[in-house]
Design a protein around this ligand. Structure first.
Ligand SMILES: [Ca+2]
Length: 299
């Protein structure tokens, strides 16, 4: 069964009605990523949002959004549940398709981490400024970031907030990207340039776009398909044979490659599907297609 029937939860359907995953990225030199033209369908709260510093009720219910500090990424609570990870018709590393159970709700970054957000970490001395060419691109997703730097950013958030920030596990990432669907994309078995930032077919011609420039998936998460590849916690292993069924990350001593998910602005539609995987050395740099999204465990 190539694309099993979509199975949205009641909550996911409600969220959807409310408005709301080859070949891998090549290492390229820097290009001017300025410019606009994105189809804006949502406006994220700015960092100056006066509500950001107010005490907030502890997050818990799926769909709840929150921010733990004014400079912190906005987070969305995703529900507990289970899903089938991988794709029978995909690459060898997407098999075997296997069930994963996510026992507890957890929070996921509503957007990819932006330059503006990462700059706060740099300003605090916890992230390396010079590694990112000194660019300041506001709400464009941070790029040219290594796996080590991505984890350093999450560690900084944890220290700053006292909350357990981290990268998503690979299983959590696919669970969040699918948002209750079993189709090739969160939007169905096809995807259009009105739904995600991906290549028109000419390698190197394109750019990142401001996060939130395209519609969210059914769980309120933006840009899971395309824009930038997103580092996850797992060590890259060539198949899902022996993969954990509880959503935890896979690891390996002296891991040579870490996983990125979701595709980027420079990849075509087939390569931004929910199940697609890529690997890079955790210290790969520079790469103008590699970014991150954070997760936070809930108490
Ligand atoms: Ca992405």
């Amino acid at each position: 069964m190539r694309y099993p029937t979509a199975c949205l939860t009641t909550w996911a359907l409600a969220a959807a009605l409310a408005g709301g995953a080859a070949a891998g990225p090549t290492v390229r030199g820097q290009s001017d990523q300025s410019g606009a033209g994105a189809i804006r369908t949502a406006q994220a709260p700015s960092h100056s949002d006066s509500t950001a510093e107010r005490p907030q009720a502890p997050p818990g219910a799926p769909g709840t959004t929150f921010r733990d500090c004014s400079d912190c990424p906005e987070m969305v609570v995703v529900p507990a549940g289970k899903f089938m990870m991988g794709w029978d018709s995909g690459d060898a590393d997407e098999k075997p398709v296997h069930e994963v159970v996510i026992a507890k709700p957890f929070a996921v970054g509503k957007f990819e981490v932006t330059y503006g957000e990462f700059n706060a970490c740099e300003a605090d001395g916890a992230c390396k400024r010079d590694a990112h060419f000194g660019r300041s691109e506001g709400r464009r997703p941070i790029t040219n970031i290594t796996w080590d730097e991505a984890r350093a950013y999450a560690a900084w958030l944890s220290k700053k907030t006292g909350k357990p920030y981290r990268l998503l596990s690979e299983a959590e990432w696919e669970y969040a990207a699918r948002a209750g669907t079993r189709t090739k994309y969160a939007f169905g078995d096809t995807i259009t340039h009105d739904q995600a930032n991906f290549s028109y077919g000419k390698q190197g011609e394109g750019r990142t776009k401001e996060v939130g420039s395209y519609p969210p998936n059914a769980w309120g998460l933006y840009d899971m398909h395309g824009n930038v590849w997103e580092w996850v916690e797992d060590c890259y292993l060539g198949t899902y044979q022996g993969a954990p069924a509880d959503g935890t990350a896979r690891n390996s001593p002296n891991c040579a490659s870490r996983v990125l998910r979701g595709g980027s602005w420079d990849y075509e539609a087939d390569e931004i599907r929910s199940s697609v995987r890529y690997k890079l050395s955790p210290k790969t740099f520079p790469n103008d297609e590699a970014g991150l999204r954070v997760a936070r465990s809930l108490e």
